[in-house]
Ligand binder design. Sequence first.
Ligand SMILES: *[C@@H]1O[C@H](CO)[C@@H](O)[C@H](O)[C@H]1NC(C)=O
Ligand SMILES: *[C@@H]1O[C@H](CO)[C@@H](O)[C@H](O)[C@H]1NC(C)=O
Ligand SMILES: *[C@@H]1O[C@H](CO)[C@@H](O)[C@H](O)[C@H]1NC(C)=O
Ligand SMILES: *[C@@H]1O[C@H](CO)[C@@H](O)[C@H](O)[C@H]1NC(C)=O
Ligand SMILES: *[C@@H]1O[C@H](CO)[C@@H](O)[C@H](O)[C@H]1NC(C)=O
Length: 311
Amino acid sequence: MFCIDFHTVKSCLRSIFKMKIAASSGLLRIFLTSILTLVCNAQHMSRNSMFSLGTTRHISEIFIGRCYDYPNKYNIPGYEEKDCKQLWTYFSSAFQYKDPCEFSEKDYQMFIEAASIKTPENQTLFWSGSYVISHEYAETSRRYFTLEDILIGYVVNNLTWCGQKKAPGIDYDTCPQTCGKDADSAFWGKASSSFAAAASGEVTLVLNGSNPNRPAYDKNSYFGRFELPALNKSKVHNINILLIHGLDTTYSETCTTGSVLKLQSDIKRNGLNYTCTDDPKAIVHLLCVEDPNARECQLINRLMGIAHSSF
Ligand SMILES: *[C@@H]1O[C@H](CO)[C@@H](O)[C@H](O)[C@H]1NC(C)=O
Ligand SMILES: *[C@@H]1O[C@H](CO)[C@@H](O)[C@H](O)[C@H]1NC(C)=O
Ligand SMILES: *[C@@H]1O[C@H](CO)[C@@H](O)[C@H](O)[C@H]1NC(C)=O
Ligand SMILES: *[C@@H]1O[C@H](CO)[C@@H](O)[C@H](O)[C@H]1NC(C)=O
Ligand SMILES: *[C@@H]1O[C@H](CO)[C@@H](O)[C@H](O)[C@H]1NC(C)=O
């Protein structure tokens, strides 16, 4: 506990030393020393683990490795091999050797332009509050492409990064929490709008209609702020909204109630058309794979039972 606010293990150890001097009784001294050592060790370990709040360790190797591996994982017609080291240079120069809270969307422009790829017609999928099911449904681009399936999102998905003025220009220990959210949206905002601007044909939007803490459509979500305004009216003919509800939950919002109505008027205001479906079968079936005993999956179970008993 004592060491939570210390920036480095070194300052943590210094504090042990001071505490040792201050502790008058020998027994208390031994006790304090061992407690502090334990806490500092735990702190040191957590900094080295994947839960570190600093930049992800080996970020440049992960980035460059994922970039080279991308065409093996995704089969994109007409994909031209990228210069992955050059992409890392563009990306890292947006934040390296800069104050961690100093950034702008413009800094990522070069990377985003150089890494952008053409997403196939009718295969762009946006999601909000439904990460897991949306990615299962997209099936790593076999059905749809999410932002995390295009090169720009893929190379940095799940990574953390921030800069610092002193060498090596990247802070691997801590990334400030106070400007962290804005730093995220400087990158992900720019990436989202570029992804949306490239979409064509029918686009799909998967929303969570049964989150008690968040409306299905939030104007301040990435979709509301960056994606919807960036869709190109002359290329996108329709937004196919899929409203998903958890199994065994009581519906909170449907295609004709709540925040979805607001979404529909925002779509119209942007000059676009939409269709909306509550719980499309393909997605309910995916949810049933995870939770076959849920009420919504009983019919399938019964049919399976009949098929089974006829053997
Ligand atoms: C995209 O969808 C539209 C209508 O839904 C269809 O006419 C068109 O052929 C589709 N494009 C491709 C490449 O499948
Ligand atoms: C909707 O949100 C709730 C609450 O965060 C979550 O438990 C549930 O898994 C989400 N549903 C889908 C389909 O993503
Ligand atoms: C990111 O995290 C999600 C959820 O834990 C995981 O399914 C996905 O494979 C990760 N992506 C990469 C590129 O590591
Ligand atoms: C929208 O798409 C059309 C047709 O592809 C293109 O000519 C136009 O430049 C695009 N608009 C924007 C704002 O990118
Ligand atoms: C929306 O639908 C109307 C009527 O079907 C059509 O005239 C219009 O061109 C569509 N708008 C877009 C952006 O596709």
